[in-house]
Write a protein that binds this ligand. Structure first.
Ligand code: THU
Length: 155
């Protein structure tokens, strides 16, 4: 028998430890929560995607009375960016979430479907996507979406 141990490096930073470009992306994700359509969960998620040309596209979770029709903030932002700029690599995504009490202390992390979607973009452009997960008590930075989806499925 053999064993495989999988690890994931996460850097935890304060907002002030981010550089200006990182701060802009995190603030864009925070602001994007404002337009969340989440009457069922009352949980507002914002995502901001930065492309290699420096442009930033935002999205938020969009819910539906038929629950599975809804879409997470990450994929809303990612697909919007990819739809506008199909040939420009994505280099970073920031995610922020708030409930009735405000932004969460501990960041949320993308769901499995969003990880798989981001991974496809990372692989397509051969460009690592840095992930910033905003929490009021710390911002998690992960250097590649692949770190959040070990043993990835690709064709
Ligand atoms: N949600 C996101 O938008 N992103 C995540 O990473 C986790 C969950 C949304 C889906 C749904 O609208 C609400 O949060 C509650 O699950």
């Amino acid at each position: 028998m053999d064993k495989l141990t999988i690890s994931c490096n996460v850097t935890i930073l304060t907002f002030d430890e981010l550089n200006d470009m990182e701060k802009n992306l995190v603030v864009a994700a925070q602001n994007a929560t404002t337009n969340s359509y989440s009457p069922y969960s009352h949980f507002s998620v914002g995502a901001a995607v930065r492309l290699s040309d420096g442009s930033v596209y935002t999205g938020n979770n969009q819910e539906n009375a038929s629950y599975p029709c809804g879409l997470c903030a990450e994929r809303t932002a990612l697909y919007y960016a990819n739809a506008q700029h199909p040939n420009t690599p994505v280099e970073a995504i920031a995610i922020a979430a708030k409930n009735a009490d405000g932004f969460l202390k501990t960041p949320i992390t993308p769901c499995g479907a969003c990880r798989q979607s981001l991974l496809e973009t990372e692989n397509r452009f051969h460009q690592k996507i840095t992930v910033y997960l905003y929490g009021t008590e710390g911002i998690y930075r992960v250097d590649s979406i692949a770190d959040l989806l070990p043993l990835q499925f690709t064709l």
